[in-house]
Design a protein around this ligand. Structure first.
Ligand code: SF4
Length: 179
C-alpha cells in the first residue's frame, strides 16, 4: 500500500529537498496563458522537445489527466544567492533540484504506477532532442515541466500553502509528483 502523502513529504525532506508539501489538487488548473508564454519561445524549446508544447499534449487532455489524480507532492530546492548576479548558485540549485527530482521519482514510481512527475525547466538530457524525427531516447528519464502542462507554479504553491519565493537573496525551483 502507498504511504499517505504526509509520509512522502517527510521522505522528500530527508532525501534532500529544501521544502516539500502535499499539493492541493484543486490548484491543478491548466491555463492557456501559460501555453501562450511557451509559444513566445523565450526558452527556445517550444516545438523542439518531446517534453514541451505542443508535443507534450493538449491542455484539454492534460486537464483530464490532472483531474484523475488523487494526491500530489510539491518539492523544492532553494539556493542562497551572494547577489542578484550569482548565476553560479542559480545554476547549481537548478541542477540539484533536477537530480534530486529524478532520483526521488525512482523511489516513488514503484509504489505508484502511472506516476506523473512534472519538473522545473525543459528536458535537457540530450545535447539535441530527438524531436520530431525520432522517438524520445530516454522515455523513462525525460521530464516535462509544470509550465509545459499549463500550470502556474506560483499559484499551485500558494494554494498548497507552500511559498514560491523565499525572499531576497534566494532562488527556488519547484516540481511536483502526482498520482
Ligand atoms: S530525453 Fe532527450 S529525446 Fe527525450 S525529451 Fe529529453 S532531450 Fe528529448
Amino acid at each position: 500500500m502507498c504511504p499517505p502523502v504526509e509520509e512522502w513529504v517527510r521522505q522528500a525532506m530527508a532525501f534532500g529537498f529544501s521544502h516539500a508539501a502535499p499539493a492541493a489538487l484543486a490548484a491543478l488548473r491548466v491555463r492557456p496563458e501559460v501555453r501562450d508564454m511557451c509559444a513566445a519561445d523565450r526558452c527556445r524549446l517550444y516545438g523542439r522537445s518531446w517534453m514541451c508544447p505542443p508535443a507534450c499534449g493538449r491542455l484539454e487532455d492534460i486537464q483530464k489527466q490532472l483531474h484523475g489524480c488523487s494526491a500530489g507532492l510539491l518539492v523544492q530546492t532553494t539556493g542562497a544567492l551572494e547577489d542578484d548576479f550569482d548565476y553560479e548558485t542559480m545554476e547549481a540549485a537548478g541542477k540539484k533540484q533536477k537530480e534530486l527530482f529524478r532520483a526521488f521519482r525512482r523511489v516513488l514510481a514503484p509504489t505508484r504506477p502511472g506516476l506523473l512527475a512534472l519538473s522545473s525547466g525543459g528536458c535537457a538530457l540530450c545535447p539535441a532532442c530527438a524531436y520530431p524525427d525520432a522517438p524520445c531516447r530516454l522515455p523513462g528519464e525525460a521530464l516535462p515541466s509544470m509550465e509545459a502542462f499549463g500550470l502556474v507554479v506560483s499559484e499551485v504553491c500558494r494554494d498548497s500553502g507552500l511559498p514560491y519565493y523565499y525572499g531576497p537573496g534566494t532562488i527556488t525551483y519547484t516540481g511536483c509528483y502526482l498520482w
